[in-house]
Design a binder for this molecule. Structure first.
Ligand SMILES: CCCCCCC/C=C/C(=O)SCCNC(=O)CCNC(=O)[C@H](O)C(C)(C)COP(=O)(O)OP(=O)(O)OC[C@H]1O[C@@H](n2cnc3c(N)ncnc32)[C@H](O)[C@@H]1OP(=O)(O)O
Length: 719
């Protein structure tokens, strides 16, 4: 709702009231319409101020309303009525004015913002465009280039930047509502014609066509199949080329297309999924709201390879004191130099001082004795990690949390090496750790809610999206990656090429196909794991045994490349060839194609034509099937956890909502039917066998994803 009061005798003050972010729900819109009518009809009122309660102007349209039937006064006519009002209307922007909130402010005649406020039009991130006149008013107010930037990226700007653009008229460090009320008194009675943005001509640079062409090309390149950024460019182009009313009509048409697209549904789901993962729970019943974290002031990182360096940077940048340990002096010096460079470059980009003094470097594990939390990031080797955990347990002060950055090893085995296994959790970062947003916080059977809560809070403080997951091989992300990688290799054996598989996956929206991604990560990483598991064996006998290991189909293709020293980008050769080691430009490699031909001939495999659909179905459905197993096993609490992990950690296209949401868009029955089909064709591939939970969900009529947790609960209670 909105509250109407008269202040200072002549100012009608409309306060939006819809906690927590004053979203423009039906009740709020009704409140604004009613309050405006009152303000315009009261002769004592000479001007109006609109503000939001609790220091927040508005977080925009109420996203929860998008899924259902819209009720209450529509936003567009409401904003037009404000702009057309005969008395000046001033927006007092505190906190945030986002999306429809900023569009409401653009309908006002003046905008006063607090210096700490942030404004933006993030609709594109929800698969929409600023469809309440924002795409038409913003370019008229701040010019086409700046409007294109804000609308296509959805980025928020500070009040200072907004002032520079001319998006707000004034900023203040004082009470914004008081300043706005005084301002409203001053402008009362002044002519308003020049204050109605919809009447402004659109400011275009002389080479506007070239600009639109360039922006459109950039947007198409980076959108990875998302349609909203393209519609945003088209809407701004309408503002630049059409009269306001026609531009609004174009905005409405484009918005209608987006509103009915599956992409906006996926992005809205993902918006709430990101927030849902913060409300973590453990199978024991411990939860985010009943488990208090312990403050961490000083942390340590053990092992300063690529991951350890990134983690150190992330901690230092967030203001934590860090003890960074690498046992060899030479490696320590190299790491110090690299970390300082990363901090300096990051600080330059953000216009702040580099946090070099936050880090103390040392060669001795004793130097972590007084820290609150340690993150071990040594080489992925269980024996080595166990030794480190034994040492840490002996050295650290009582109560220190011991965390491992392992990407899939058993947290419980590490916890067992310590005196206080309840203080041990996994903190699985993704490379580069100071850039990638995802953090898997892994609890073992002995991890305490206190340790999980502390790791989750630390993750939040260093800017990560943290997801609490259970302990199993590969946790959630890497466990699901396994069948995906496996199918990609099988497809090569059956006739596909790495380029074709990657092309299909990149057209689907992945930033990189599976083979380009493997080349980037390094093929030797998985090879070492497979050797440790007894899967990759040097010089296996040829014939069927080579392709059948531990009772299931196995492709040794990756092992064979590694045996040739082809580790990917770092060696200049992998699934692709590169100009030189370290180069990132992947080129098809004729050697690889001959190698595949010879391999197929050796194993009497006849290459067949594989189409797009088969690549997508086998790679994605096998991964989704594993996702269902993960839910069944209780490793992830809900589908949202899996989807957030995949979007933030594995470049799954956000506009497809994540793998589990994607399964709902395909139809669970179709996923089940195709898995059955492929499993029949490949009975020696267990990952293609549909899991029970999927069958149960289909059996219970494929309920919406928000209802899966109930089915999962039932399935688990029957176990
Ligand atoms: C033909 C029809 C015409 C329609 C025209 C439509 C044109 C306009 C479209 C829009 O305005 S779309 C919405 C645009 N706004 C946004 O995208 C902002 C989204 N919100 C945020 O970025 C953040 O939430 C925030 C506002 C910066 C606050 O961040 P903070 O970290 O402080 O809190 P959160 O945990 O993110 O949020 C708290 C709470 O509030 C819920 N929420 C936030 N924004 C909205 C919203 N716009 N609608 C509904 N609910 C919102 C959020 O889900 C959290 O809820 P809980 O998880 O606590 O239940």
């Amino acid at each position: 709702m909105a509250q109407y009061t008269r202040v200072s005798g002549s100012v009608g003050l409309i306060t939006l009231q819809s906690p927590p972010v004053n979203a423009l729900s039906a009740a709020v819109r009704q409140g604004i319409v009613d309050s405006m009518q009152r303000a315009l009809s009261e002769p004592e009122v000479k001007s109006v101020v609109i503000c939001g309660q609790n220091g927040i102007f508005s977080g925009g349209a109420d996203i929860k309303e998008f899924g259902g039937q819209m009720s209450g006064p529509p936003l567009i006519p409401m904003i037009h009525a404000i702009e057309a009002a005969s008395k000046p209307v001033v927006a007092a922007i505190e906190g945030i004015a986002l999306g429809g909130g900023l569009e409401l402010a653009l309908g006002c005649h003046y905008r006063i913002a607090h210096s700490k406020a942030r404004v933006g039009l993030p609709e594109v991130t929800l698969g929409l465009l600023p469809g309440a006149g924002g795409s038409q008013r913003l370019p008229r107010l701040i010019g086409v280039p700046a409007a294109l930037d804000l609308i296509t990226t959805g980025r928020y700007v500070t009040a200072a930047e907004a002032l520079k653009f001319g998006l707000v008229d004034q900023i203040t460090d004082h009470n914004t509502v008081n300043v706005a009320v005084k301002f409203a008194q001053r402008v009362a009675g002044q002519p308003l014609d020049a204050r109605r943005i919809s009447t402004y001509p659109c400011l275009c640079p002389p080479d506007v066509d070239v600009l639109f062409e360039e922006v459109m090309q950039r947007v198409r390149r980076t959108a990875r199949g998302a349609i909203a950024p393209i519609a945003c460019v088209q809407a701004v182009r309408a503002a630049a080329t059409l009269p306001y009313n026609q531009g609004m009509e174009r905005e409405r048409e484009l918005m209608a297309t987006l509103f009915t697209s599956g992409q906006t549904r996926a992005l809205q789901y993902f918006f709430f999924a990101q927030r849902a993962v913060g409300r973590w729970s453990m199978p024991s019943g411990a939860r985010w709201d009943t488990s208090k974290p312990r403050p961490v002031h000083k942390a340590a990182v053990i092992g300063l390879g690529t991951m350890g360096r990134g983690i150190t940077v992330a901690l230092a940048q967030a203001g934590f004191s860090v003890v960074a340990v690498e046992t060899q002096e030479k490696q320590l010096m190299e790491a110090k130099q690299a970390i300082s460079g990363m901090l300096e470059r990051g600080a330059k980009r953000r216009g702040v001082a580099p946090a070099l003094d936050k880090i103390n470097y040392g060669c001795n594990i004793q130097s972590v004795a007084d820290v609150d939390l340690v993150i071990e990031a040594v080489f992925e080797d269980m024996a080595l990690k166990k030794k480190v955990f034994q040492q840490l347990s002996a050295v650290c002060k009582p109560g220190t949390f011991l965390c491992s950055n392992t990407s899939g090893l058993d947290i419980d085995q590490l916890a067992c090496q310590t005196r206080n296994p309840e203080l041990v959790v996994g903190m699985h970062f993704f490379a580069p750790a100071h850039v990638m947003k995802l953090l898997e916080v892994v609890y073992g059977p002995k991890s305490s809610p206190l340790a999980v809560a502390t790791a989750m809070q630390l993750g939040k403080k260093i800017g990560k999206v943290s997801v609490a997951v259970g302990n199993c091989r590969g946790f959630v992300g890497n466990r699901m990656l396994k069948p995906y990688l496996e199918q990609a290799l099988f497809l090569l054996e059956e006739g596909a090429t790495p380029e074709f598989v990657d092309q299909v996956l990149e057209e689907f929206g992945f930033a990189m196909g599976v083979f380009r991604m493997s080349d980037l990560s390094g093929l030797d990483v998985g090879w070492k794991v497979r050797m440790a598991d007894g899967l990759a064996v040097p010089n296996p006998t040829t014939g069927q045994a080579t392709r059948l290991r531990q009772g299931r189909r196995y492709s040794p293709l990756g092992d064979l490349l590694c045996e040739q020293g082809r580790f990917g980008q770092k060696t200049g050769r992998g699934w692709y060839q590169y100009n030189k080691p370290g180069s990132q430009v992947a080129k098809p490699d004729p050697w690889l194609h001959s190698f595949l031909d010879e391999y197929r001939a050796r194993h009497t495999l006849v290459a067949r034509r594989i189409d797009h659909q088969e690549v997508l179905e086998r790679c994605l459905y096998s991964m989704i099937n594993e996702g269902f197993r993960i839910l069944e096993d209780g490793i992830a609490a809900g589908p949202e956890d899996i989807d957030v992990i995949y979007v933030f950690g594995y470049s799954w296209p956000r506009h497809r909502g994540g793998p589990m949401f994607y399964a709902t868009t395909v139809g669970l029955n179709k996923v089940l039917e195709r898995l059955e089909h492929y499993h029949q064709a490949h009975p020696d591939v267990p990952s293609l066998q549909p899991c029970d939970l999927l069958r149960k969900l289909v059996g219970s009529g494929s309920p919406p994803i928000q209802k899966w947790r109930e089915v999962i609960k039932k399935v688990r209670s029957q176990l």
